[in-house]
Design a protein around this ligand. Structure first.
Ligand SMILES: *[C@@H]1O[C@H](CO)[C@@H](O)[C@H](O)[C@H]1NC(C)=O
Ligand SMILES: *[C@@H]1O[C@H](CO)[C@@H](O)[C@H](O)[C@H]1NC(C)=O
Ligand SMILES: *[C@@H]1O[C@H](CO)[C@@H](O)[C@H](O)[C@H]1NC(C)=O
Ligand SMILES: *[C@@H]1O[C@H](CO)[C@@H](O)[C@H](O)[C@H]1NC(C)=O
Length: 265
């Protein structure tokens, strides 16, 4: 009797010691720098919106590249998106529930057909999915993608109607973007200067390649807009920080220099 409980006690001590040792070795392998790193990563707040970028695509270029479009191909700049950017001109990342950009619950993309119903017609004409611009299902796929990627951490995470309408309003306010005719060639700098001449603000220019990849084309003109506070729609046209697309301090995209020659199809 006596000796059985003595063995039990001894066994308990051994079990405890070994689990204590396991705990200890786990703790010591989780060194201090790892702990700090984890905490820092978890607590770094999402970036703040510095300005909005209205991206306008030139359909004849977009559809004469990698995209295959059903006619009719619009011959006016159409909206690609309106993107909240941080102070380094990086896109604000989409909503992430583990590090939320807002205490609000963003509208799920599946709700867009109900929410955007009142402006469906306007969106179809100014913001078509060029792949099949008259197909409402295809258009909603495009709008849902833009909403998920750029809308859920905009100033209107639970108000897609205002978000999409803000881009329509801006597009409606721009009559002319460039005055030169089609089938002409310019340097990126000349295109930027032309937009500055017309609108009094420098754009960002994005290029693509023709199908045989022999010619750079004017694909997008992107305009930058400020708003004095987040309750106001973006409406003050400002110079874009970068005339060419930049990510983490490096030029990305097809055009690498302001002296690159681009075709306006
Ligand atoms: C702490 O962990 C980091 C990341 O796992 C590792 O790079 C570093 O060498 C470790 N330092 C020590 C002292 O174990
Ligand atoms: C929507 O379309 C109607 C009819 O074409 C037009 O009168 C109105 O100004 C448009 N509104 C917006 C925000 O685009
Ligand atoms: C419209 O687009 C959807 C989604 O891309 C596609 O599945 C459908 O076949 C298209 N409808 C027509 C009539 O082309
Ligand atoms: C944009 O840049 C041009 C040339 O650098 C400058 O003259 C103009 O004042 C700037 N406009 C704004 C709104 O900052």
């Amino acid at each position: 009797m006596w000796s059985t409980s003595k063995y039990l006690l001894l066994a308990a001590v051994v079990v405890c010691l070994s689990s204590c040792f396991q705990l200890y070795s786990q703790l010591s392998s989780l060194n201090i720098s790892t702990l700090i790193h984890h905490q820092f990563k978890a607590r770094a707040p999402p970036p703040r919106i510095s300005f909005y970028k209205l991206s306008l695509q030139w359909p004849p270029a977009a559809c004469h590249g990698t995209l295959s479009c059903k006619p009719p191909i619009p011959s006016d700049f159409t909206i690609h998106g309106i993107w909240p950017q941080d102070s380094n001109d990086e896109p604000i990342p989409p909503y992430n529930k583990n590090n939320p950009c807002t205490p609000k619950t963003p509208t799920p993309p599946t709700d867009l057909p109900i929410k955007l119903r009142p402006i469906e017609g306007n969106l179809t004409s100014k913001w078509p999915n060029l792949i099949d611009g008259l197909n409402l299902t295809a258009n909603y796929q495009f709008w849902e993608y833009e909403w998920k990627t750029h809308g859920t951490c905009s100033d209107y995470p639970d108000d897609p109607l205002t978000y999409f309408d803000s881009a329509l309003k801006l597009r409606l306010g721009i009559k002319t973007i460039v005055r030169f005719g089609r089938q002409t060639s310019w340097t990126v700098q000349q295109v930027a200067d032309e937009v500055f001449d017309v609108l009094k603000a420098y754009p960002q220019i994005a290029c693509n390649l023709n199908p045989s990849r022999t010619q750079k084309q004017l694909w997008e003109v992107r305009l930058c807009y400020d708003r004095p506070n987040p309750r106001q729609l973006p409406h003050i046209l400002i110079n874009c920080t970068n005339k060419l697309r930049v990510s983490k301090g490096k030029i990305i995209g097809i055009c690498k220099s302001l002296s690159d020659t681009i075709f306006f199809p």
